[in-house]
Structure formats: C-alpha cells, structure tokens
Ligand binder design. Structure first.
Ligand code: AKG
Length: 260
C-alpha cells in the first residue's frame, strides 16, 4: 500500500464538495463579511493585517470544520489505513495562503515533532482550492517516514520546559533535504484527500498564483497504539516531543536489524 511504502496517499474525489467542503466556505464568508463588507474567500483579500489575523484565529472554531473532522468516512478510512482506534486530534484547522505571502510558510518538518499523538498518527491535508507548484501546495519527501525522527533541535533559548507548546518554527532539522533528495509537489483538487504519516517530511511551497490557497488539516491518532498509551497519550497542546520517550523509541526502531 502506498501509505506504508511512500508515507502518503492521494485519494481522488474522497469528499463530496457540496456536502463536505462548501459549508466551510459559507462560514468563512460569513465571518469575513462581518469584518469587511467586500470580503469573499475567492476574491483577493481586502482585510487589514489585524482583521486577517482575527479571521485566522476564528477559523479553527468553524462548526463545518468540526463536523468534517468527526466525519465517519474519515474515521473509517483511518481504520482501513491501520489505526486500531482512530481518534480526532483537537488541532484541526483551516489554512489560508494568500498569493506571494510566505511569512506563514512552514519549513521542512515532521508533524509529530510539534503535535505528538500516536507514532502511527495521520495527517489529512485537504485542499479546498487547487493545489500545485503554481498555486502553492506542500512539497514532500516520499518514504521519509521510514527513517523515524530526523535529527532536529529546539530553536528557542535553552531547553523547552515540559509544558512548552510548539509549532514547526520551534524545531529545525539539523539537515534539511537538498537538491539531491527526491521531492514531490503535491497536485490535487478540491474533493481530493492527501493522507500522510505524521513522520513524513514536508514543507509549504509558495503560492505564485493570484488566488488564495485554502486547505484544511485534520489529524487522527490511534488510542490503542501501545507506545501512545505507555507515554500517557501525549499531545502538543500541553507538552512537547523533548519530554516524551518518542525520540529514543524512534531511534531504536530506525536502527538496523530491529524488527518494527
Ligand atoms: O499547508 C501547508 O503549507 C503546510 C501545512 C503543514 O505542513 C502542517 O500543517 O503541518
């Protein structure tokens, strides 16, 4: 199976646009219009930076997003992909990437390093608009999930405390993928689902088009995975990877001659 081998899979036409995705835009437009009478998700944004940041802060609360996260088809798929007891991680969000704005782009990272969850947890990356190298997308390193955790360090001062919450900017890889590494710019349309292991290396790619790129990120962890249970179900809203046994566990797994 492609997810096991490559660390990602693109399932074309997984969502019904009108039923699953359009309600998200309806709610976004309602919010945006309450800030600016000229707002529409498919028009260049006229929001000032403060409004933009308030809109961004509100997106994670959209009822349509919560419904999508808890959608039975998502959970069934997670089961088919090997999660014994799939659970929604409460970090779902909508991303907006305006043309030529790169300040919020994520550099190379593995989601597990800042979100935690189970070692087999999955990211569902869902385009609400076309994604490709022109419109902006994610660039991924196929198969990178099989190498375990890539050496990385905390970018803040000293060591992170146990309750330090992190985002991708708080950790940096010791060695980022270079020109010799095979990477792919994911190409997908609204309705398609991009599923990947939270260990897959990926980063944001710039939006060169004149349209906003809209995407949803959902994550599913496995409540029955023994390592997740043993670690006390760690989640990135209250601790960070440096205070879990995950780095050591993943190093052991990646070592030659160790059976996974
Ligand atoms: O959509 C993007 O540009 C990156 C999203 C991402 O890497 C993440 O949510 O972990």
């Amino acid at each position: 199976m492609s997810l096991q081998e490559n660390g990602y899979e693109i399932i074309r036409g997984f969502y019904d646009y009108d039923r699953n995705l359009a309600p998200i835009f309806q709610e976004i437009d309602r919010l945006g219009l309450s800030m600016d009478p000229g707002f529409a998700h498919d028009r260049p944004s006229t929001l000032d930076p403060d409004q933009q940041s308030r809109l961004y802060g509100a997106l994670r609360y959209l009822p349509s997003l919560v419904r999508l996260a808890a959608n039975e088809s998502n959970l069934d798929l997670a089961s088919r992909l090997g999660l014994e007891a799939p659970a929604v991680m409460h970090c779902f969000n909508v991303r907006l990437d305006a043309p030529a704005k790169e300040a919020f782009n994520f550099h190379w990272h593995q989601d597990l390093t800042y979100l935690l969850g189970s070692l087999n947890s999955l990211t569902y990356w869902i385009p609400l608009t076309r994604v490709d190298a022109d419109h902006g997308t994610i660039e991924i390193v196929p198969g990178s999930h099989r190498s375990g955790l890539f050496p990385m360090r905390y970018t803040g001062n000293g060591s992170p405390t146990r309750t330090q919450v992190m985002s991708p900017k708080d950790v940096v890889l010791e060695n980022e993928p270079g020109p010799d590494d095979e990477t792919i710019f994911v190409e997908a349309n609204p309705g398609d689902l991009v599923v990947f292991s939270q260990l897959l290396l990926h980063r944001s790619s710039p939006n060169h088009s004149d349209q906003t790129r809209w995407t949803v990120q959902l994550r599913y962890a496995d409540l029955m995975e023994q390592e997740f249970v043993d670690e006390g179900y760690p989640f990135g809203d209250r601790t960070n990877i440096f205070h879990t046994g995950y780095p050591a566990l993943l190093e052991q797994r990646a070592a030659p001659n160790v059976q996974n």
